[in-house]
Design a protein around this ligand. Structure first.
Ligand code: FES
Length: 279
């Protein structure tokens, strides 16, 4: 059942270098009770011309005890700009939590591959994984050091995840693309990949989020190494609840039949191998 909630905004502030236009918002209320990693919330932004204007934003943190959901966003247009104007202690209309999120493994190794602000939905997965039972590794690529630091590097390092980074200009981590890091990581860990566990599950699985071209490249690399990969897709969304069909993408089932899936409902997280990337 889709819920429209009134949640209290307890934090809404710019992060790091203002040029990056990255914001952190924490909302308090019922959404935290049912939210799972990889889901999103559809937030209403105040606009007198378009009273029903909403923006879908990934859930980056879930605290069921304090009933808080953390969201990060980059200002990229009118909707997100209006979001920045919401003040602490104001109430906001929240549709959700919505969509199908990531699988949370309970054993083996989880490799997370993030491109730019694609790091944010993966944070909720890092938070949810039992780090005593699952080996976690994060590969994160960004434009430069200023971006990575503004996007919360210090806090991410405190989350207990082993992290390798790449930047386009080499100002932090390895110079190049995050897919370069992925290629070399999978190349160095072929033993882990090749041995299924006793229960037949693969030891290593990948979860990724970032620009579409990067997701396609990550999927290709993972499938080339026989590693299962879940991708978090981004599409323009209107209703966010599976009704308008404005967010459909094409997938291929095991028999090779083409089907349409709604990114807001069956996704945003999907099995990388079933996504038809070049539609
Ligand atoms: Fe309407 Fe997905 S946004 S069906």
């Amino acid at each position: 059942m889709v819920m429209i909630l009134k949640e209290r905004v307890i934090e809404n502030r710019i992060m790091g270098d203002p040029i990056q236009m990255l914001y952190k918002m924490v909302i308090s209320g019922q959404a935290a009770q049912t939210a799972t990693p990889g889901q999103f919330v559809h937030l209403q932004v105040a606009d007198s011309n378009e009273p029903l204007l909403r923006r879908p934003l990934s859930i980056a943190g879930i605290d069921k005890n304090t009933e808080e959901v953390t969201i990060y966003y980059k200002v990229i247009g009118k909707g997100t700009e209006l979001l920045t104007r919401i003040k602490e202690n104001e109430y906001i209309s929240v549709l959700g939590p919505l969509g199908t999120g990531f699988t949370v493994p309970d054993s083996g190794e989880l490799l997370l591959v993030a491109g730019g602000i694609g790091i944010f939905p993966l944070l909720s997965l890092i938070q949810a994984v039992d780090k005593e039972k699952v080996k976690l590794k994060l590969l994160w690529g960004g434009e430069n050091k200023q971006f990575i630091e503004s996007a919360g590097l210090i806090d991410i390092e405190k989350m207990g995840v082993n992290l390798d980074m790449s930047t386009l200009d080499g100002s932090l981590g390895t110079k190049g693309l995050v897919t370069d890091l992925l290629e070399s990581y999978l190349g160095d860990n072929t033993d882990t990949i090749a041995k299924p566990k006793d229960n037949g599950k693969q030891n290593l699985r990948v979860a990724t989020c970032g620009p579409k071209g990067m997701l396609q490249a990550v999927t290709k690399i993972c499938l080339g190494h026989n590693v299962p990969v879940e991708v978090s897709l981004e599409e323009r969304m209107a209703c966010g609840i599976g009704a308008c069909l404005g967010c459909v993408c094409t997938v291929k089932d095991l028999e090779g039949n083409l089907k349409r899936k709604r990114v807001c409902k069956e996704g945003p997280v999907m099995d990388g191998k079933e996504v038809v990337w070049d539609e």
